[in-house]
Design a protein around this ligand. Structure first.
Ligand code: EPU
Length: 344
């Protein structure tokens, strides 16, 4: 059992935007009991101190210093809980790097997460954010989530249906925001590889890689996905960013039809029976922002959904760019973009 508590801690290494911010305290823990003991101490010393749980900080924008405790999980471990001829139930520590688990799962023949390859972040954060890419969302393979209350250290479990999952949405971001630390996630994965290639461009990318849909392996699909992501998305090591900054907006069919008469080439996807999902990257590019800068913040030149730190940007520099982009997309298309990134 181990915890580390740093006072006046730099958060630079804990956010992929590369923003200089500080936390009053940074607590890292590697077990549930370590977390409970540390929470006990903190509550005894500091009454009502704010707490923020982070993962790898790949979906965060610090707008200033954090006046409370930033928590980070180092709970590791991959445990096979149950197995049938067709599937496995696997419990993973929230502090495992999600992509490392995906690589491991493919190597041992557990399938269903290939399309999520290379999404940055830890397993716990993936379950909070309901990460998604190329037609798969992590909630498709989540069976159960376990957590510890940050208030009283009590343990709780949520079945998948109790997690309130939606597009980049969960109960952990809404009703339970800031209330629990996710400690473990249980995945239900298949022993049979069933490639999901419905997402626009995937079949083409498989062909371009010289692969055949019929003989495609999970590892090959993983490499195709990694190739697409590397080509479009900037590496935070080169340029600070947090992946897609905005959510793709979901609008009524009427609104989409009205826009399509004016912009017939606009990409769109059915969201449910009444609503349509639009591509925020396309809207931002049409509004003229792709590759443009505002001070030290810029809209990425290969994927307009991504805002980047050109070097030395503060959280409010990025926020200013976010607001300028939102204003222009609003005026041009009558659509209000919502950030996907959590601004703290
Ligand atoms: N597009 C443009 N210009 C751009 C970017 C996109 O015209 O600058 C167009 C594309 O040509 C395409 C459409 O918009 O027709 C959709 O683009 P893409 O397939 O690249 O996906 P996205 O909607 O931009 C979403 C996710 C990504 C995820 C990809 C693939 C959100 C907010 N973003 O992006 O997730 O990797 O689909 O599934 O849903 C993330 O969440 O951080 C993230 C990177």
């Amino acid at each position: 059992m181990h915890t580390e508590l740093i006072y006046d801690a730099s958060l630079l290494e804990h956010n992929t935007f590369g923003i200089e911010a500080k936390a009053r305290m940074l607590l890292t823990y590697d077990s549930e009991s370590a977390l409970c003991a540390a929470l006990d101490d903190i509550h005894r010393q500091y009454k009502d101190i704010p707490m923020l749980h982070i993962g790898c900080g790949s979906n965060l924008l610090f707008l200033g210093d954090y006046p409370g405790v930033v928590l980070k999980s180092a709970i590791k471990g991959i445990q096979l809980l149950d197995e049938s001829p067709d599937s496995v139930l696997v419990e993973v520590g929230a502090g495992e790097v999600c992509d490392d688990f995906i690589a491991h799962a493919i190597a041992v023949g557990w399938y269903g997460m290939e399309n999520l390859s290379l999404i940055p972040g830890q397993v716990g954060a993936a379950a909070v954010q309901n990460i998604g890419a190329y037609g798969v969302e992590v909630c498709d393979v989540i069976h159960e989530v376990r957590g510890i209350s940050l208030q009283d250290g009590s343990a709780r479990r949520w079945k998948r249906d109790e997690c309130g999952y939606g597009y980049r949405q969960s109960i952990f971001k809404t009703d339970l925001f800031g209330k629990y630390a996710i400690t473990h996630v249980t995945f239900l994965l298949s022993k049979h590889f069933d490639p999901k290639l419905q997402y626009g461009g995937l079949v083409k990318a498989v062909g371009e890689a010289g692969l055949s849909e019929e003989t495609l392996t999970a590892e090959e699909l993983r490499q195709v996905i990694i190739g697409i992501r590397r080509a479009k998305l900037p590496d935070p090591k080169d340029q600070g960013n947090a992946g897609s900054f905005f959510k793709n907006p979901i609008v009524t069919k009427e609104k989409a039809e009205q826009l399509l008469t004016e912009f017939p080439t606009m990409p769109y996807y059915p969201a449910d029976n009444e609503r349509v999902k639009l591509a925020a990257g396309w809207l931002i590019e049409q509004a003229g922002w792709k590759g443009k800068s505002l001070g030290p913040a810029a809209v990425h030149d290969r994927q307009a959904l991504v805002l980047v730190n050109k070097g030395g940007a503060s959280g409010s520099d990025i926020q200013k760019l976010c607001e300028a982009v939102r204003k222009d997309v609003g005026e041009r298309f009558g659509i209000e973009l919502s950030p996907e990134v959590n601004m703290i």
